[in-house]
Structure formats: structure tokens, C-alpha cells
Design a protein around this ligand. Structure first.
Ligand SMILES: Nc1nc2c(ncn2[C@@H]2O[C@H](COP(=O)(O)OP(=O)(O)OP(=O)(O)O)[C@@H](O)[C@H]2O)c(=O)[nH]1
Ligand SMILES: [Mg+2]
Length: 404
């Protein structure tokens, strides 16, 4: 069981067929008897996560997984291996040196590449010799592999070194340090009834932005109805204007094209690292057909009135926009429903109560099923006609938009 606080650690999943030596490889890497190793195939039956120190990298979570079932990748379902790799920031695919690649292994390599999860291949049990076909296959797939024997403890140190070297750096995307500079003026527009919104999402967002601005950047908070007056009085045009999802429609027309404009939610979504995927989701929104199944999915079990209203509004707006009869369902809490593959589009909440790692894992699951995903904020901005304008401050979003 992973304790809270450990969820943000880097997650490494060890995957592969049954009995190839996944559990023993982990034990060797961490020099501890962490997981049960046994000659009987199917010893590990469920994914098990353990928090460990992987020196010299530091604290990580290692996920030992159950061996892939032969038919696991035959059907389009969210199988247990997909779940495991969706939760991982890095994967190690363990192979038996005596065998050729089977369908599930080639499929896994394809899937990992699709979700851009970095991985290494460990060819284990090399003391028996290595299948030449396997080497040819790996080369053809341009996969980096390491030859080792967990039993004889051979090649482990070298493998570990490479693993530690390749682990992604947990560098956070900046909130907006890359789009504003020292001395810039950031105008933050809030709804007219802002004083009554203590503790609500918009107030928390404004708070977060203000905290991150620091001393070198001037943040000015103004109410929407004061906007045109205040703009005239400002000596310089602001360098960046940020509004909330509701006021953005009215704000757009008041801000000259030359001024960067965006929303609080977009800034925060970008920091969570999932921005581009949601922008791509707009394409699917445009292409929805009669009868398409759409899932409105919320990350928390929370049934606060504020969230219920939000959800129903999304439902109303998407129906109104599409003008086609869509089949819309709702889901709440951790995990997607088992019929996830039936959906054409997932409209996800902004994830304010789940960690960005959980959000990323949900996005990977959806991507592996070839389903599009968009979050509430990007959808609302698009339906309100504020996109592409509010994407312009962010280079990465503009490039996704232009390719669509
Ligand atoms: N000869 C040899 N045996 C190994 C090696 N690595 C692991 N084994 C043995 O292979 C068997 C399976 O090892 P595990 O680590 O339990 O394999 P697993 O992939 O976790 O298996 P499942 O949990 O059943 O999917 C055990 O008997 C190990 O001792 C190796 O390099 N050489
Ligand atoms: Mg095992």
C-alpha cells in the first residue's frame, strides 16, 4: 500500500511474460527480498507497489506486475498490464533470453511508445544463451536491451546504472515563468461577485497564481465590470491578462490582440503537464457523430453542489454545441468504468482534487484505447469561442493547434 506523499514519487513498472524473472530482477536491483520469487508461472497475481530508495537516484515506487496473459492483448479492454503501464513514469520489460518475442511483448512495446513512456528491455536468464531471432527482432524494433542473469547476479549493476541514468527528471512545468518577465504587469480579472466566492475554485486559482507571481511581477486583481475603465487608466498595457472560465467570453473583446490572454484553469492545466492532449481533444469534439458515446468523468467522489452544477452545465453545453443525439454517461471516483473502450470522447474534470500523476495515468489509459480526452476548462473555452486566442501565450499549445 502506497502512503500519501509517495504518490508523487517516480513510478517504475516491471512488466513482461510470466516466470521471466520480473520479481527477482527487482529484488536484485534494490538488493532486498522485496517480492516473492518462484518457479511456478503466475506467482505475482496482482500489481504490487513498493516505495524504495533507488540509489543514487533517490526515492521511487516500484510496481511488480503479474505476468501478461496470453490473450490479454487480443481484445480491446483495459487489461491489467495497461493499467500498470498507465501508472508508470518508466517501464522495464523483462524477456526470457531463450524465447522469441510473442504478440503480447511486441504489443507492449507499441503501447509504451504510443504513450511516450520511456522503457528499457532486460533480456534475462542469459546463462542459457540468447535466442538469435530475439536479438534480430529487438534490433529491428530499435529497442535498447540489456543482457543479464538475475540468478547469477550478472549484468545487474550495469543495468541499474543505465536505469538510473534514464529515469525522467521530475521537473515541474512552470506556472508561467516562461511567459512573463521581471517587471511585467499581470492583470487578473475576477467575476463581479468575487468577494462571495471564498473557498470556491476560482478563488483558489487566483490565490495560487498570486503566490507564484512572486515579488518581481506586478499582479493586479480587478473585477470584470471595472475592466474597461481600469484598462484606460493603466500607464502601460498589461503583459498578460488572466480571466476565469466564465468571464473570459466578455474579457476577450476588451483586450487588444497584441496582449497575451489566457485563463487560470489553462495555466494550471499546463503546469500539470497534460495540456497538449486536451487541446487535441477539440478535434474529436468537432467530429462527434450521432450516437457517439461520451463519458463525463470526475476524479473525485465529491458530490458538492458546486461540482454537480458544473457537470450538468457541461452536459447541456456539449449537447447544445453538437446538435447531434449523443449518448452521454457519467463516472465518478478512481478508475474508469470497464466499458471505457466504447467511448469516443472523455470529458474529464479539471482534476483539482487528484494529483497530476493520477491525472496523467488516466490520460495514458485513454490514449492506449485510442480515445480522445478533453478537460472541462479547455472544452468550456473552446465552446465559448476563446480558443485559439487563449492558447497563444503557450508555444506548445499553439504548435498542437496548428497541426490539427
Ligand atoms: N536460470 C535462471 N533462473 C532465473 C533467472 N531469473 C529468475 N529466475 C527464476 O525464474 C523463476 C521465476 O522468477 P520470478 O522472479 O518469480 O519471475 P516473474 O516474472 O516474477 O514470474 P511471475 O510472477 O510468475 O509472473 C524463479 O524460479 C527464478 O529463480 C535467471 O537469470 N536465470
Ligand atoms: Mg513475479
Amino acid at each position: 500500500m502506497i502512503k500519501s506523499g509517495e504518490t508523487e514519487r517516480l513510478h517504475i513498472a516491471i512488466i513482461g511474460r510470466k516466470n521471466v524473472g520480473k520479481s527477482l530482477l527487482i529484488n536484485r536491483i534494490v538488493s532486498q527480498e522485496l517480492f516473492t520469487v518462484n518457479d511456478t508461472p503466475g506467482t505475482t497475481t496482482e500489481p504490487v507497489s513498493k516505495a524504495v530508495e533507488l540509489l543514487p537516484y533517490g526515492p521511487v515506487v516500484i510496481i511488480d506486475t503479474a505476468g501478461i496473459d496470453d490473450d490479454e492483448f487480443g481484445t480491446k479492454t483495459i487489461n491489467k498490464t495497461i493499467k500498470a503501464i498507465s501508472n508508470a513514469d518508466f517501464a522495464v520489460l523483462v524477456l526470457d533470453a531463450r524465447e522469441e518475442l510473442d504478440n503480447s511483448e511486441t504489443e507492449l512495446i507499441t503501447q509504451l511508445r504510443k504513450i511516450k513512456t520511456p522503457f528499457l528491455v532486460a533480456v534475462n536468464k542469459v546463462e542459457f544463451g540468447i535466442n538469435t531471432h530475439l536479438l534480430i527482432e529487438l534490433e529491428a524494433l530499435e529497442v535498447t536491451h540489456f543482457e543479464l542473469s538475475c540468478k547469477e547476479n550478472a549484468g545487474i549493476e550495469n543495468f541499474k546504472k543505465k536505469l538510473v541514468h534514464l529515469l525522467p527528471n521530475e521537473k515541474k512545468t512552470p506556472l508561467f515563468e516562461d511567459i512573463v518577465r521581471q517587471g511585467d504587469v499581470v492583470l487578473m480579472v475576477v467575476p463581479d461577485n468575487f468577494d462571495e466566492l471564498q473557498g470556491r475554485v476560482v478563488e483558489l486559482q487566483v490565490q495560487k497564481v498570486l503566490e507564484e507571481l512572486g515579488k518581481e511581477i506586478i499582479g493586479v486583481v480587478i473585477k470584470e465590470n471595472e475592466l474597461s475603465n481600469k484598462l484606460k487608466k493603466l500607464k502601460h498595457v498589461p503583459d498578460l491578462v488572466i480571466a476565469d472560465n466564465q468571464t473570459i467570453v466578455k474579457v476577450v473583446d476588451n483586450i487588444p490582440e497584441s496582449v497575451k490572454l489566457t485563463t487560470y484553469s489553462l495555466v494550471i492545466t499546463r503546469q500539470q503537464g497534460n495540456f497538449s492532449e486536451f487541446v487535441k481533444g477539440i478535434k474529436r469534439v468537432k467530429e462527434l457523430e450521432i450516437g457517439d458515446k461520451v463519458l463525463i468523468s470526475e476524479g473525485c467522489e465529491n458530490h458538492l453542489k458546486e461540482f454537480e452544477i458544473g457537470k450538468m452545465k457541461i452536459l447541456e453545453w456539449i449537447q447544445h454545441y453538437s446538435k447531434k443525439k449523443l449518448q452521454i454517461d457519467f463516472s465518478n471516483g478512481c478508475g474508469f468504468p470497464d466499458n471505457l473502450p466504447d467511448y469516443k470522447l472523455i470529458i474529464h474534470c479539471d482534476g483539482c482534487s487528484i494529483t497530476s500523476k493520477i491525472m496523467q495515468s488516466r490520460i495514458r489509459q485513454v490514449k492506449l484505447m485510442d480515445i480522445s480526452i478533453i478537460n472541462y476548462s479547455v472544452l468550456i473555452s473552446y465552446l465559448n469561442g476563446a480558443i485559439p486566442r487563449i492558447l497563444f501565450p503557450f508555444k506548445e499549445a499553439v504548435s498542437v493547434w496548428q497541426k490539427m
